[in-house]
Write a new protein. Structure first.
Length: 115
């Protein structure tokens, strides 16, 4: 009777190239994301369980995670922004239109030139 050899168990610890492939990203991005790794001397390995846990946590952060990093001031949303600075243009016809429509118009004094 010829017994078939049992399949080897799935490797749990991955090299950085294998971990990057497992996550579907490049090695450079893997290193930039600072995903937790296990160090055996000078060797750095990534545990599949840690990669899965990190990915689940990363997905939960999503857009809300960014909003907690850069909080939005409550008064800065949904409020009209007052005009500040810049040049307010006045047209000569504006007073004529206001007069024709029966609106109250104010004549602004012209700035005096100082020599």
């Amino acid at each position: 009777m010829d017994q078939a050899a049992l399949p080897l168990p799935v490797v749990r610890c991955l090299t950085k190239h294998e971990a990057a492939e497992y996550l579907g990203i490049g090695v450079t991005m893997l290193e930039a994301l600072r995903i937790p790794a296990i160090h055996f001397g000078r060797r750095r390995l990534y545990d599949r369980v840690d990669l899965d846990a990190w990915l689940d946590d990363y997905k939960r952060q999503g857009r809300a995670g960014k909003e907690t990093q850069w909080p939005v001031k409550p008064g800065s949303t949904g409020v009209a922004i007052p005009a500040t600075g810049g040049l307010q243009q006045r047209y000569r016809t504006a007073n004529a239109y206001a007069k024709a429509l029966g609106l109250k118009s104010e004549e602004k004094p012209k700035p005096s030139s100082q020599n």
